[in-house]
Design a protein around this ligand. Structure first.
Ligand code: WTA
Length: 650
């Protein structure tokens, strides 16, 4: 393991957990009085309209309910309650890719959210419980619309702008959304790109629930508007009042849905609640990122992902911090853009994905030195394992060996960080997520439900409910129970299984080793192998397909497809391109296949018809094969596959 100096711990004088004893004290408190611990936090960090009566209701486990009978409004937590002390403080800093900038105060954001909420209510007749799909660039209006939904108790479901019309259509239909909010487009790589036509295509596939679309004009490209259905945001929003009463919502009312990949082809609409979610978003920002009153927090995640929800929008705003958003790509105009932004806005906490760190390291290792990054105190990573080299570069060259690196493990389903180092601890190990946060019972278990021993690979589970956990999968509660609470039992009780493998080292610290289910992680984006397989299989020349992942230096993992062809008239390169065109149309560019292995004889199934992904993954990774290959339809193919793989650079 590479050596590094301890960060300058004197830079965290106000950290909430200052040392090991503090951490142990909080963990012990949660252990001795779990509900008391959480009740205390919820009283301290949420302005309740009506105080809650029961902290945790477990009687319908695993349908847990937190803080029941309490009422609140999340947009009030993020806006109204700051107006006394912080009305002129900047809530949101925006930098467009072409350098256009906005600084929006809490008061201004409040007015914009109220106007938008009034518009949603009056123009589009939206009510508590209705669903709105957002398909947006990273612009302030996206955040305004999220908070306006929260103000009314309308459930937002954000679909990442890189998803295709087909993927968007599937999510709109599943959520039965009444309204789709989009933009004409945005700017990426210095060029305008379009979003609205993709929404048109999605709606043309049939979305009977959708009554209207709302379009924010961002890049003023020439897009078509359908009279009667499409409304232009900036033309109507200013007609509305700048105050709007916030709905009184129950702790357990849904706040948002966010679709994520599982091991079947159909994405899961992960549903989060109000109180538990907003509580943990704040606690983790304080504990893990040491966010203080004057700090500027920058999380680079798009709002289409959970990290964007919790650490770009809800967490920082609920705390009354200043949050920063950047519209574009890290490489525009060059690999110094992030460092330039950190210097300009004197960012204190920076949170990004290992893929971005590896890319910026490769493309401009010495660029951070050309900027004054001395405002930084905490550097975070999320979404995939970080390799020690990338960690080291981040620590030394971005953090100048003075910042804490927090490698945070969590998921769409967990709502916020679960396992993470704490900044004032010191002693973080490159690539290690370290220990569960106080109150979080994350444990590595064997499939039999025993606690794993040091260095023994096991399953990363959470053995007690926690406030910000998902509440269900939208419209499919059985799938919620089966996906998360049916694999592992601990002390006689079904516990939450994350889908990740992990191990304890000799110090009891947690190393996350990656997914053990059929989910792969490309550049920190979760994709289901079954989803990609069904996209590839839509190509006319594909008879069968199996998808696995291989190592990729920048993206962490890349997609490999083993394809059995029908008769193909294409040449090899054209065929690969045309399969990827289908994949992009079905899911989006993030699911493009990196490497193909094509045959005309069937090979990737066992005699019982199961796809042998594990075996194929071992072949791709050039691991020793421990699986029984005699059950294959065609075991003789293994040697051919191994030699084909050995001729490639995987
Ligand atoms: C992976 C992102 C290693 C993991 C917040 C998890 C990580 C999936 C880490 C969730 C980490 C997340 N180290 N792996 N620090 N953080 N992962 O739902 O496989 O997009 O299950 O949430 O990312 O991805 P999701």
């Amino acid at each position: 393991m590479p050596q590094y100096d301890s960060p300058d711990l004197s830079r965290f004088p106000n950290a909430l957990i200052k040392n090991e004893a503090e951490y142990q004290r909080l963990c012990q408190w949660a252990k001795d009085d779990y509900e008391g611990f959480w009740a205390h936090q919820a009283k301290a960090l949420i302005n309740w309209r009506t105080p809650f009566k029961t902290t945790l209701d477990e009687k319908d486990a695993p349908s847990y309910r937190w803080f029941t009978e309490g009422t609140l409004n999340v947009s009030e937590q993020c806006l109204d309650r700051h107006l006394d002390k912080r009305k002129n403080k900047i809530a949101l800093l925006f930098e467009g890719e072409r350098g256009d900038r906005q600084a929006i105060s809490y008061l201004e954001l409040y007015y914009r959210v109220c106007q938008t909420a009034n518009m949603l209510k009056e123009e589009f007749q939206l009510e508590k419980g209705d669903r709105v799909v957002l398909y947006m660039p990273m612009i302030p209006e996206a955040i305004v619309i999220m908070l306006a939904c929260a103000r009314l108790g309308v459930i937002h479901s954000i679909v990442f702008g890189g998803f295709s019309a087909e993927a968007l259509h599937e999510r709109i239909v599943d959520a039965k959304a009444k309204l789709v909010v989009t933009a004409d487009g945005g700017f990426r790589h210095g060029q305008p790109y379009l979003l609205k036509p993709t929404v048109d295509q999605a709606l043309a596939k049939g979305c009977s629930s959708v009554e209207a679309t709302l379009v924010v004009r961002r890049n003023h490209q020439d897009v078509k508007y359908q009279p009667g259905r499409d409304f232009i945001y900036d033309l109507i929003v200013n007609e509305y009042e700048t105050s709007c009463p916030a709905a009184e919502l129950s702790s357990e009312d849904p706040l948002f849905l966010l679709y994520t990949s599982g091991s079947t082809g159909k994405p899961k609409g992960v549903q989060h609640s109000q109180a538990g979610y907003i509580l943990w978003a704040q606690m983790t920002l304080k504990w893990v990122f040491d966010v203080q009153e004057t700090d500027t927090f920058w999380c680079t995640a798009d709002i289409g992902w959970i990290t964007g929800h919790t650490y770009t929008v809800y967490g920082p705003l609920a705390l009354g911090a200043t949050t920063l958003i950047y519209e574009g790509v890290p490489m525009f105009p060059d690999a110094g853009r992030f460092w330039q932004i950190i210097e300009r806005y004197k960012v204190n906490q920076f949170y990004t994905a290992p893929t971005a760190i590896r890319l910026l390291h490769k493309e401009g290792a010495d660029l951070p030195e050309q900027h004054d990054l001395s405002s930084l105190r905490v550097l975070g990573t999320v979404g995939e394992p970080i390799n020690p080299e990338a960690w080291q570069w981040y620590y030394e060259h971005v953090g100048n060996s003075q910042c804490a690196i927090v490698d945070t493990w969590w998921q769409t389903e967990t709502g916020g960080n679960m396992v993470a180092p704490l900044p004032a601890w010191g002693g973080a190990k490159p690539g290690c997520a370290m220990r569960p946060l106080p109150g979080i019972c994350a444990e590595i278990l064997t499939p039999e439900g025993e606690k794993a021993k040091a260095d023994q690979k096991g399953l990363l589970c959470v053995t007690r409910p926690w406030p910000s956990m998902l509440r269900t999968i939208w419209g499919d509660h059985d799938r919620f129970v089966n996906s998360y609470f049916s694999d592992v039992s601990y002390q006689g009780k079904a516990v939450y299984f994350s889908g990740d493998g992990a191990l304890y080292d000799q110090d009891g610290h947690i190393w996350v080793t990656g997914r053990v289910d059929d989910v792969i992680n490309v550049s920190g984006h979760r994709l289901g192998t079954a989803e990609i397989e069904s996209a590839v299989a839509k190509h006319d020349d594909v008879a069968e397909v199996a998808v696995v992942s291989c190592h990729h230096d920048i993206k962490g993992e890349a997609i490999v497809a083993f394809v059995v062809l029908r008769d193909s008239s294409y040449d090899d390169i054209e065929l690969k391109k045309s399969i990827n065109t289908v994949v992009r149309a079905e899911i989006g560019a993030i699911a493009s296949v990196e490497k193909f292995f094509m045959w005309s004889t069937p090979y990737q199934k066992s005699r019982s018809g199961k796809i042998v992904r594990r075996l194929l993954r071992s072949i791709v990774r050039k691991e020793e094969l421990t699986q029984d290959i005699s059950t294959l339809e065609n075991p003789a193919i293994i040697t051919d596959l191994e030699s084909a793989v050995s001729m490639t650079k995987t």
